[in-house]
Design a protein around this ligand. Structure first.
Ligand code: ADP
Ligand code: MG
Length: 354
């Protein structure tokens, strides 16, 4: 069984898309787990653990995919939430909201809700445990890890300790004592994040038993990935091309790791390629260990973005590793071959989706 929950989220059409697209949107809902995706004359059906349509609220997304992770974190269990999709698909909106100090309660994203949720859970927890919440924030740009809480640390090394835990060597960790404090710290560095880098937020909950002094930790990691879009071969040059290649490589590495992990024991290779990118290395504990992982595939509903949306949905489908589902039509397969798929190299032995 896969330990990955895969969800899809469609944002509302942007005003530009509303003007551009003659026919309105390229999906039609079947239920809260499945929808039909239409592209030109072709149609195929996708199924996920949950589909959030354009009218879905930030609170719905939080409750379904983050609240269980928050509840586990205060018990010392790790969890990771990853947002995937092309630039403009709603990744940052899902993670942060429109601004981290969002006054509009409804628009608050996952990150501020997770912070609130952690402190809520701690408030109602037993008194035999002393809780400490810490926050770190890094970005991965051109395969370099930069500390977003101290920009002078621009080449953080990833190390493994004796317990085989992944560590960001020397990264700034601030202890936060209430949600407001966390949000203040986050907001000061929030503008630094770019759609060409992966942004990683790490909330660590330390649980110290007041009786025997034993310490456990639970981590919640939120990842706002760089845009997954393909860069036009003709247009991209120099820095933009280099950025695109690096992003492509790390997203492929993520796909390969997810693929290796979600294959059944018979097909699973003993080697999981965590070391192929900084992104997968940082997520090694989260993905490989006994933790909950949620992949939120963010999509535009516009026909003008249909090919990128298809690529995102296919990434999600592979992560879920749905066994030959009658819902996934074979026409979708032809599409993928025609348009290529930047996100995963194929491992026939465990590719049972198609
Ligand atoms: P990404 O981070 O994937 O590049 P953004 O999160 O910045 O994309 O979203 C692009 C635009 O769409 C932003 O203006 C954002 O506020 C808006 N948007 C994204 N998702 C939603 C949503 N579910 N509801 C309303 N607006 C959204
Ligand atoms: Mg973004």
């Amino acid at each position: 069984m896969s330990n990955i929950t895969v969800c899809a989220r469609f944002r509302p059409l942007s005003s530009k898309e509303k003007k551009d697209s003659r026919d309105n949107i390229c999906i039609s809902s079947l239920n809260s787990e499945s929808f039909v995706f239409k592209e030109e004359k072709e149609e195929c059906t996708f199924s996920f653990d949950k589909v959030f349509y354009e009218e879905s609220m930030q609170a719905d997304v939080y409750e379904f995919l983050a609240l269980p992770i928050v509840k586990d974190a205060v018990k010392g269990v790790n969890g990771t939430i990853i947002t995937y999709g092309q630039t403009g698909a709603g990744k940052t909106y899902s993670v942060e909201g429109t601004s981290i100090l969002e006054c509009d309660e409804q628009k608050k994203g996952l990150l501020p809700r997770v912070v609130d949720g952690l402190f809520e859970c701690i408030k109602s927890a037993d008194e035999l445990t002393k809780y400490t919440v810490k926050l770190s924030m890094v970005e991965i740009y051109m395969e370099k890890v930069r500390d977003l809480l101290d920009l002078t640390k621009d080449n953080i090394q990833i190390k493994e300790n004796k317990m085989q835990e992944i560590l960001l060597s020397g990264v700034t960790e601030i202890t936060i004592s209430n949600p407001e404090g966390a949000l203040q710290s986050l907001s000061t560095e929030m503008n630094v994040g770019s759609s060409r880098s992966h942004c990683v937020y790490i909330l660590t909950v330390q649980l110290e038993s007041t009786t025997d002094k034993r310490v456990k930790t639970g981590k919640v990691i939120l990842v706002d990935l760089a845009g997954s879009e393909k860069v036009e071969k003709s247009g991209a040059e120099g820095k933009v091309l280099e950025e695109a290649k690096t992003i492509n490589k790390s997203l492929s590495a993520l796909g390969n790791v997810i693929n290796a992990l979600t294959c059944g024991p018979s097909a699973r290779s003993s080697h999981i390629p965590f070391r192929d990118s900084k992104l997968t290395r940082i997520l090694q504990d989260a993905l490989g260990g006994n933790s909950r992982t949620v992949l939120l595939c963010c999509c535009s509903p516009s026909p003008s973005n249909a090919l990128e949306t298809l690529s995102t949905l296919r990434f999600g489908t592979r992560a879920k590793h749905i066994k030959a589902s009658p819902l996934v039509s074979c026409r979708e397969d032809r599409h993928a071959k025609k348009h290529g798929d930047i996100t995963l190299t194929k491992d026939e032995s465990c590719d049972r989706i198609l």
